[in-house]
Every structure is written in structure tokens, then in C-alpha cells.
Design a protein around this ligand. Structure first.
Ligand SMILES: CC(C)(COP(=O)(O)OP(=O)(O)OC[C@H]1O[C@@H](n2cnc3c(N)ncnc32)[C@H](O)[C@@H]1OP(=O)(O)O)[C@@H](O)C(=O)NCCC(=O)NCCS
Length: 130
């Protein structure tokens, strides 16, 4: 069972054949791609920021495999905001709608930097006194 306290559901994906690796498990890069985009959308909405770039993905932990037909739910939680950067925790779980259970697949932390139209870092908040 996954601990999803204070995490928000951001999106869901169905594992299809093109997401599998040669072991018939989900390809780890696919999970990272979903997390990168979905956690971005969460942060973008929370902070009302349209343009941010991913600067790092840390503490990536692949906990369990996912399989063809699994429903993958992506959850996110804000961890820290600084001058121009925000770090959020992301989790993916395999959700079973019949049993109403969650199996944790991966967790990680993603940091995004707010940038201007020239891709230079900008403050997240106008009132930021840093
Ligand atoms: C993100 C980027 C704009 C930062 O530029 P930079 O010249 O390093 O800027 P700064 O040194 O002023 O740092 C800006 C912020 O990034 C943070 N940062 C820089 N490198 C970091 C790292 N490896 N991990 C976490 N945060 C980092 C800094 O701590 C700083 O945060 P703060 O303003 O909240 O204190 C630049 O590195 C970049 O364009 N990277 C490529 C982004 C990209 O293409 N991503 C993939 C597609 S979205």
C-alpha cells in the first residue's frame, strides 16, 4: 500500500505494449518521462507559472515493476520553493480499480526553474525578498 498523504493525484496512464522493456515490465524511462511532465503540470498550476524548465531529477527509486494493462497514477507534492526554483516529490502507483489498492512503482524529486523568454532564471514570486 502506498503512502499518499499530502500528495495530489495529477494524472493517469494506461500501460500499453509500447511502454514495455524486453522483460515485459514498464520501461523506467517512460515512468521518468511521465513524472517529469506531470509533476511539471502540478507545479505550474500550483505556482501559476507558465514557463519552467527541469533542472534535476533526484532520489529516483524504482520500487516495483508495472505490467501491461496496469493503470499508473501520478501523484505530486510541493516540497520547497526558493528564489527561482521549486522542488516537488513525485510518485507513481499502479492502481487496481477492482480491489481499490495501490502498489508504489517509483518515487523521485524533481526541481524546475522558472525562466523568462530568453531561458534566464526569474524569481518565482514578485514579493520574493531573496
Ligand atoms: C535551469 C537553468 C536555466 C539554470 O541556469 P543557471 O545559469 O544554472 O542559473 P542559476 O545558477 O542562476 O540557478 C538558478 C536556479 O537553479 C538552481 N539549480 C541550478 N542547478 C541545479 C541543480 N543541478 N539542481 C537543483 N537546482 C539547481 C539554483 O539553485 C537556482 O535556484 P534558486 O534561484 O531557487 O536559488 C539552466 O541550467 C538550463 O537551462 N538548464 C537546461 C534545462 C533544460 O533544458 N531542461 C530539460 C528540458 S525542460
Amino acid at each position: 500500500m502506498a503512502n499518499l498523504d499530502n500528495f495530489a493525484l495529477v494524472s493517469q496512464h494506461l500501460v500499453m505494449a509500447e511502454h514495455l522493456n524486453p522483460n515485459h515490465h514498464i520501461f523506467g524511462g517512460q515512468l521518468l518521462a511521465w513524472l517529469d511532465v506531470d509533476v511539471y503540470l502540478f507545479c505550474s498550476n500550483q505556482l501559476r507559472r507558465r514557463k519552467m524548465v527541469t533542472v534535476s531529477m533526484n532520489n529516483v527509486y524504482f520500487k516495483a515493476p508495472a505490467y501491461l494493462g496496469d493503470i499508473i497514477q501520478i501523484y505530486a507534492r510541493l516540497k520547497d520553493t526558493r528564489r527561482s526554483s521549486v522542488t516537488a516529490a513525485g510518485k507513481a502507483v499502479a492502481y487496481d480499480p477492482e480491489k481499490q489498492t495501490y502498489r508504489e512503482i517509483i518515487e523521485c524529486e524533481v526541481t524546475y526553474v522558472a525562466v523568462d523568454n530568453h531561458n534566464r532564471p526569474v524569481r518565482l514570486f514578485d514579493t520574493d525578498s531573496n
